[in-house]
Design a protein. Structure first.
Lengths: 113, 112
């Protein structure tokens, strides 16, 4: 099992550009999450999904969109990148009965200049 | 206002020392408190605590929850340089598939 994989590892965007952060898990987990981590801060939840076709907003969803067409994939879309979106983005997944035990991907470091 | 508060935010100790990391929380429908260790990349799960007073132990790490005080501590004894990491505390609320609420973390540095 590869677990949770994320691509790309690093990206630099110009203000106003768009991009999609990819996340895939091969553990057949129904629940998937996107977090961002700013320097010196904890992780903040952007969006989550409890299954294919179902997504919901977390604490900081503004400026982002998600989709969940399959159990495995949960891409995060930035439409108009802003400097405030400079952060490290983590995707995670869990079983429904084990929300406490989330498996995290290696992260994507995004810089918007 | 932060729902999960960790202290200290950073800590530098020498190898062999014992450290205690603190986490306090304020949530409406508490289900569990989690500790994660974050080294260079992704956080990895350490402990889940749901009941007051019951210590969870894994090697030199241990943790306990105090539901009356809405807090938890994470102890690391006989620290090693490999314990250097950010330790994250998070809270899971009932009824939520909506992820975890994390504290800012304690950045622990163990000097040889």
């Amino acid at each position: 099992n590869a677990g949770v994989t994320q691509t790309p590892k690093f990206r630099i965007l110009k203000i106003g550009q768009s991009m999609t952060l990819q996340c895939t898990q091969d553990m057949n987990h129904n629940y998937m999450y996107w977090y961002r981590q700013d320097p010196g801060m904890g992780l903040k939840l952007i969006y989550y999904s409890v299954g294919a076709g179902i997504t919901d907003k977390g604490e900081v969803p503004n400026g982002y969109n998600v989709s969940r067409s399959t159990t495995e994939d949960f891409p995060l879309r930035l439409e108009l990148a802003a400097p405030s979106q400079t952060s490290v983005y983590f995707c995670a997944s869990s079983l429904p009965s084990r929300v406490h035990e989330q498996y995290f991907g290696p992260g994507t470091r995004l810089t918007v200049t | 206002e932060d729902k999960v508060v960790q202290s200290p935010l950073s800590l530098v100790v020498h190898e062999g020392d014992t450290v205690t990391l603190n986490c306090s929380y304020e949530v409406t429908n508490f289900r569990s408190l989690l500790w994660y260790k974050q080294e260079k990349k992704a956080p990895t799960f350490l402990f889940m605590l749901t009941s007051s007073g019951i210590e969870k132990k894994s090697g030199r790490l241990s943790s306990i929850l105090d539901k009356k005080e809405l807090s938890s501590i994470l102890n690391i004894t006989a620290t090693q340089t490999g314990d250097s990491a950010i330790y994250l505390c998070a809270v899971e609320e009932k009824g939520g598939a909506d992820g975890l609420t994390f504290g800012k973390g304690t950045h622990l540095i163990i000097q040889p």
